[in-house]
Design a protein around this ligand. Structure first.
Ligand SMILES: C[S@@+](CC[C@H](N)C(=O)[O-])C[C@H]1O[C@@H](n2cnc3c(N)ncnc32)[C@H](O)[C@@H]1O
Length: 378
C-alpha cells in the first residue's frame, strides 16, 4: 500500500502514486518496450525505498488569502502555490529547512515578491541536500535589490539548521519562469555544496546540474560505465558532462577523458572536481556539445551522451556516426528524443546492444534510460 499525499491531485507531480511501486516499475518497462519494439528492454532498476529521494527542492513564495507568506510548488498549470511541507518524494531535511525559511521570513516580516507589481522581496527558495553528508545548500532568490536583514536571516537559519553548509543569495528581477537569475552573492560558507558519488567527491555550485536522486544516480552511472566497458586503452568523450561526474568516474579506468558542457558554472565545477579527486587524465571544455565534434582531432573510442530532454541535434548524431566511435552510451531522461537519436545511429550502421531503464523518479511517469550502441556485431 502506498503512502498518501494530501496535495497529490493539486500538485500533479506524482502521477503514479496510485500504483504499487512494482506496478510503476513494470509500467515504465512496458512503455519503453513499446517505444523500442525491435529491441529487448531490461527490467527497470528500482529503489529499495522510493520515498523522499529528491535531494533538490524548489519552492516559490506567495501570499495566501489571509495575507500570510506561503512557499511551495505551483499547482498544476496555475500560479497557485501549494505547500510542499508533506511532499512524499522530497528529502525530509530539505522540507524542514524550507519550513524554517518561511518561519524566519515571517518573523522578519519579509514579503513575497510580486512579479506583476515588481514589489516585495522573496521569490524562490532552493535547497539541495548532500547524499553523503546530509549537509545542505540554501539558495534564496529575491526580486528586490537586496535581502533586508540578510545577516540576521543567515544567522537564524544556520543556528536552527546547523547542517546548512552554505547560503547563497540570488538576484532575479526578470519576468521569467526561470528560478535562478544570473547574479549571486555568497552569504555564508563556500558557495557550493560538497557531495560524494561512487567514492568520488564533487562540489556543486547553485547553477550547475546535478541529478536529484543521488541513490539511483550511483546505479545509473555504474550501469553506464559498465555498459561502456572502458579500459585503460580507451579515450572517452562525455558530451553534456555537467560538473564532470561521469567523466571523472570514467577517467579512473580510461586512458583519457574529454568532457564538454554548455554551462560555464558547471565546467568550472568540473575542473575543480578533477583536482579534488586528483584526476589528471580528464579535460573539460565549455562549448555546445552539438558543435564540439568539429574540434576533435581523433575519434574517441567511447562516447557518452547525457543531454537535456531535447536530446542531441540530428547534425550531431550524423557527425557522430560518421566519426565511428566503437561504443556509444546514451543516457536520457526523455525516452522519445533518445529513441529518435538512437534511430539516427542505427540507420548508419550502429547496433543497439542493451537498453536499461533506471528509476530515478519513483511515483512519477519519468525514468532514466541507458542504451549501449556499438559498431561491432559481437
Ligand atoms: C541531463 S544533464 C547531465 C549532466 C551530467 N552528465 C550529470 O549526470 O550530472 C544535461 C547537461 O547538459 C548540459 N547542456 C544542455 N545543452 C547543452 C549543449 N548544447 N551542449 C553541451 N551541454 C549542454 C546542461 O547544462 C546539463 O548540465
Amino acid at each position: 500500500m502506498n503512502k498518501e499525499c494530501p496535495v497529490q491531485k493539486i500538485c500533479g507531480g506524482c502521477t503514479r502514486l496510485h500504483e504499487s511501486y512494482e506496478e510503476q516499475l513494470k509500467h515504465k518497462h512496458e512503455e519503453l518496450s513499446r517505444l523500442y519494439p525491435k529491441y529487448h528492454v531490461e527490467l527497470t532498476i528500482g529503489m529499495k525505498n522510493p520515498y523522499h529521494y529528491r535531494h533538490k527542492v524548489y519552492a516559490a513564495f506567495g501570499t495566501d488569502r489571509n495575507g500570510r507568506l506561503v512557499a511551495g510548488m505551483y499547482a498544476e498549470h496555475t500560479h497557485r502555490i501549494v505547500s510542499s511541507r508533506s511532499c512524499l518524494i522530497q528529502n525530509e531535511t530539505a522540507n524542514l529547512i524550507l519550513e524554517g525559511i518561511i518561519k524566519i521570513a515571517e518573523e522578519m516580516h519579509l514579503p513575497a515578491y510580486e512579479e506583476d507589481k515588481e514589489r516585495g522581496v522573496l521569490r524562490h527558495a532552493y535547497i539541495r541536500v548532500a547524499h553523503a553528508t546530509g549537509k545542505a545548500m540554501a539558495v534564496i532568490v529575491i526580486g528586490s535589490e537586496e535581502l533586508p536583514g540578510a545577516k540576521k536571516f543567515v544567522s537564524l537559519l544556520t543556528q536552527r539548521f546547523p547542517e546548512i553548509e552554505t547560503v547563497v543569495l540570488n538576484y532575479n528581477r526578470k519576468h521569467t519562469s526561470m528560478v535562478l537569475g544570473e547574479r549571486s552573492r555568497v552569504l555564508y560558507g563556500p558557495g557550493y555544496l560538497s557531495d560524494e558519488l561512487l567514492g568520488m567527491k564533487f562540489h556543486i555550485s547553485p547553477a550547475s546540474f546535478y541529478q536529484v536522486n543521488p541513490v539511483q544516480t550511483e546505479v545509473l552511472y555504474q550501469t553506464a560505465i559498465d555498459l561502456a566497458g572502458i579500459t585503460r586503452n580507451d579515450s572517452v568523450l562525455d558530451a553534456c558532462c555537467g560538473i564532470g561526474t561521469i567523466s571523472l568516474i570514467a577517467a579512473k579506468q580510461a586512458k583519457e577523458v574529454i568532457g564538454v558542457e554548455i554551462s560555464p558554472e558547471a565546467i568550472r565545477d568540473a575542473k575543480h572536481n578533477a583536482k579534488l579527486n586528483h584526476i589528471t587524465n580528464a579535460e573539460f571544455y565549455c562549448d555546445d556539445a552539438n558543435r564540439f565534434l568539429d574540434r576533435l582531432i581523433d575519434c574517441p573510442d567511447v562516447v557518452i551522451l547525457d543531454p537535456p530532454r531535447s536530446g542531441m541535434t540530428q547534425g550531431f548524431m550524423q557527425h557522430l556516426a560518421e566519426m565511428k566511435p566503437d561504443r556509444v552510451v546514451y543516457i536520457s531522461c526523455f525516452p522519445k528524443t533518445q529513441a529518435r537519436d538512437i534511430k539516427n545511429l542505427t540507420c548508419r550502421g550502429y547496433r543497439v546492444k542493451k537498453i536499461v531503464p533506471v528509476d530515478l523518479f519513483p511515483m512519477t511517469d519519468h525514468v532514466e534510460t541507458v542504451a549501449l550502441l556499438t559498431l561491432s556485431a559481437t
